[in-house]
Design a protein around this ligand. Structure first.
Ligand code: ARG
Ligand code: GLU
Length: 715
């Protein structure tokens, strides 16, 4: 221990960021800053990272099920991603009797790998800057005309390209529409679960440790891509075979050193680095706190039942984690933005730009006016959105509302109805109407209480729903008599179990739905919201979008020294930096690496967040670490670096100077969660699982040596 403290103390002397990414950076892989990357220590070339002529690292990096990232680590299509990215799938194979969440899962041969209908994996075949094509003829257009012209150009571009039937072209704007990029994407659909550690490893520390460093989570799971006989994408079939990739990542077991070059290759979801200070102010003071307050209530109620009832714990595990994740992130974001004085700094920056460019000054003052005018609508939108999302019954009512609408407009085709029924079946599988009646009662009361402008609420809403304890018996009673909750029947059938029967007679269903109290309440809420808020919000937003585009262009033209990167938009990006700890507060220094001994320091026997599996304790006690220990004779678990990452980067490979896999990205540290709005090199660190820990668990904990045999391990 003493030795490690000493190392850490020596290391913090080098914390100052020795490279140009003062504002962070998530770079388009066809436009890498190769020179800076090499200066920082990269040994490979930009072409090794992204090349459409030859196999390159990008051929091993995929978007996992539309949200996370995963990477291929064997010639047999073995995929590595986070435990929390595979969580839905792990949960869906779990029951009280066969609880893979609690016990983990390890296939002992390919025949035992578990299929996951609906799960997809996307490869990026090509990236092209198509700005001149898409923006052609739009120079003098605004509003609807501009939008239409862009749509026409996008369609023309797509029509001009030939793709295979398992490929698609997606075109996305960057820099608020100042540029456009086209992506050729190939989608695989037979993705099987290969292995997952128990939650006590994969989710160790759970919500208490989430977004926090020092961290000790083995947040990984493994899948495999299957293809047809010709190695092409195919729907699930038992005849499919493991996919042979163009490229797969070698896995490194080398020790990490502070300041080692590293990069993250993945699909960051959304950042807003170029918002004006006024927008940040509204987020910090209004919308983030509003969203947090709604989730406070929902989470507390769910948690009470999940802690005491096993079936509920499994049912709600994935949903709860998802809601808790951003609930906590927003809190870190607000705290970080406040403590770092981000708004004042942005204001200063804007002032200095304004003196250089009067056009930009005028754009900023118009934005200030628009964001201020939009603020009350944004706030109500935040509340309404979270209330109708976190009350599952209101969410269900929303689905049925859309169903009726589509049916009455003649748009509910057989195909659409089939998908709708599938979606409902999934939903009901993990839904507890009684539990949600509690949540809904509380959220309605909250919404009534916080909404100051009476125009935002239906007539008499405060009187009817302002009191939580008065709400409950009413809502519970409704819930018993509602087809929506699946607790009432329609012609002796319930949507839970007889979904086909319930949907067999559409007009009977619709007329029953129209008498449903939840649907009536939802409709009232929705109509009032649309007329009083959403329309007004969007009216301002259209103007804001146009000005943001202008501001972005002016910003780039004015701040000539700054190297700009486009905000994340769920497309493939490279972030690079150094393995580093941080000095987030006065006299507080974080080392860059945690170890197995730290898992044991946090161990609380039987605790739902900090329990440690017996077998891992044994491995710790016998210290039989073999090749998985580092120079301190301990197994490294997690580490941090200065890479700029966000949601969607979960599961992204962390690579070293040679392009070997050294870690698996899964989180950021608390002090730097604000990096989606304001990257600060002093405070922002991404958190990764060390490949040594991953291989240690696969080998020593799971005895799944057959998986290690597939990999190319670099020692
Ligand atoms: N914070 C990480 C991310 O944004 C990990 C989330 C895992 N979920 C959890 N509730 N612990 O996805
Ligand atoms: N855990 C996040 C995800 O699921 C990544 C961490 C982050 O937001 O930085 O994508």
């Amino acid at each position: 221990m003493i030795k490690r403290t000493f190392l850490t103390a020596a290391a913090f002397l080098t914390f100052s960021i020795a490279f140009g990414q003062q504002y962070g950076g998530m770079w388009i892989p066809t436009e890498l800053n190769e020179k800076e990357m090499k200066e920082m220590g990269m040994k490979i070339s930009a072409k090794d990272i992204f090349n459409i002529q030859k196999p390159s690292i990008k051929d091993a990096v995929v978007q996992f099920n539309g949200g996370c990232t995963a990477e291929i680590i064997s010639p047999k299509g073995l995929l590595l991603t986070n435990h929390h990215c595979g969580y839905d799938q792990i949960q869906s194979h779990s029951t009280v009797e066969n609880d893979l969440l609690t016990n983990g899962f390890w296939a002992t041969n390919p025949g035992e790998e578990l299929p996951n209908p609906g799960v997809t994996v996307d490869f990026i075949v090509d990236i092209q800057d198509v700005s001149s094509f898409i923006l052609k003829g739009t120079e003098n257009l605004t509003g609807k005309e501009l939008e239409d012209k862009i749509t026409t150009n996008i369609n023309a571009y797509k029509a001009s390209k030939k793709t295979e039937d398992y490929q698609k072209i997606v075109i996305k704007p960057v820099y608020y529409g100042n540029k456009y990029y086209a992506y050729v994407i190939e989608t695989f659909k037979d993705i099987r679960l290969v292995g997952a550690p128990p939650s006590a490893i994969g989710k160790f520390g759970s919500d208490t440790d989430n977004w926090v460093w020092p961290r000790h989570t083995g947040d990984f799971s493994m899948f495999r891509i299957y293809a047809d006989k010709n190695n092409k994408p195919a729907e699930y079939s038992k005849d499919n075979i493991p996919f042979t990739p163009k490229y797969f990542l070698p896995v490194s077991l080398k020790d990490k050193k502070e300041n080692d070059f590293t990069f993250i290759f993945g699909f960051p979801g959304r950042t807003q680095e170029y918002l004006p200070s006024i927008a940040i102010e509204k987020i910090v003071n209004e919308t983030d706190p509003a969203m947090i307050s709604v989730r406070d209530v929902a989470l507390k109620t769910l948690n009470e039942k999940m802690r005491t009832d096993n079936a509920t714990r499994i049912k709600y595990a994935s949903k709860y984690a998802r809601v808790a994740n951003y609930w906590k992130k927003w809190q870190g974001e607000v705290e970080g933005l406040k403590k770092s004085g981000a708004i004042a700094k942005k204001r200063e920056y804007e002032k200095s730009l304004a003196t250089k460019n009067p056009d930009l000054a005028s754009t900023l003052s118009q934005l200030e006016r628009l964001y201020t005018a939009q603020a009350p609508y944004s706030l109500n939108r935040a509340y309404y959105g979270e209330v109708t999302r976190n009350s599952e019954t209101l969410r269900l009512a929303g689905y049925y509302y859309n169903y009726i609408n589509a049916a009455e407009k003649g748009k509910m085709t057989d195909d659409n109805e089939k998908r709708f029924k599938e979606m409902l079946t999934e939903f009901y599988k993990d839904y507890d109407a009684q539990l949600d009646a509690k949540v809904t009662s509380q959220l309605l009361a909250l919404y009534a209480g916080v909404t100051k402008n009476p125009e935002f609420l239906p007539k008499n809403f405060k009187n009817n729903y302002g009191n939580e304890s008065a709400n409950f018996p009413k809502i519970e009673n409704w819930s018993l008599n509602s087809i929506i909750t699946g607790r009432a029947t329609l012609n002796e059938a319930t949507v839970y179990s007889d979904i086909d029967k319930v949907f067999a007679d559409r007009s009977a269903l619709i007329s029953a739905l129209k008498k449903d109290p939840f649907l009536a309440l939802y409709t009232q809420l929705r109509d009032t919201y649309m007329n009083s808020t959403e329309n007004q919000y969007q009216e301002e937003q259209i103007k804001i979008d146009a000005l943001q585009k202008k501001y972005m262009a002016e910003l780039m033209a004015t701040d000539k020294d700054r190297k700009f990167f486009p905000d994340a938009n769920s497309t493939l990006r490279v972030a690079y930096g150094k393995v580093q700890g941080s000095n987030p507060r006065d006299a507080v220094y974080y080392g860059y690496q945690t170890h197995l001994s730290g898992v044991m320091e946090k161990y609380i026997p039987g605790d739902y967040e900090f329990n440690v599996p017996q077998k891992l304790i044994q491995l710790y006690n016998t210290k039989d670490y073999g090749i998985y220990k580092d120079g301190s004779n301990d197994v490294p678990v997690n580490f941090t670096a200065t890479n700029h990452t966000t949601g969607g980067n979960s599961g992204s490979p962390a690579l070293d100077a040679e392009g070997n896999l050294i870690g698996l990205n899964f989180d950021r540290q608390w002090e730097g969660t604000m990096s989606d709005l304001n990257f600060d090199p002093k405070l922002c660190r991404n958190i990764m699982v060390d490949t040594k820990y991953i291989l240690f668990i696969i080998d020593r904990y799971a005895n799944a040596k057959w998986l290690l045999d597939e990999m190319k391990i670099v020692k």
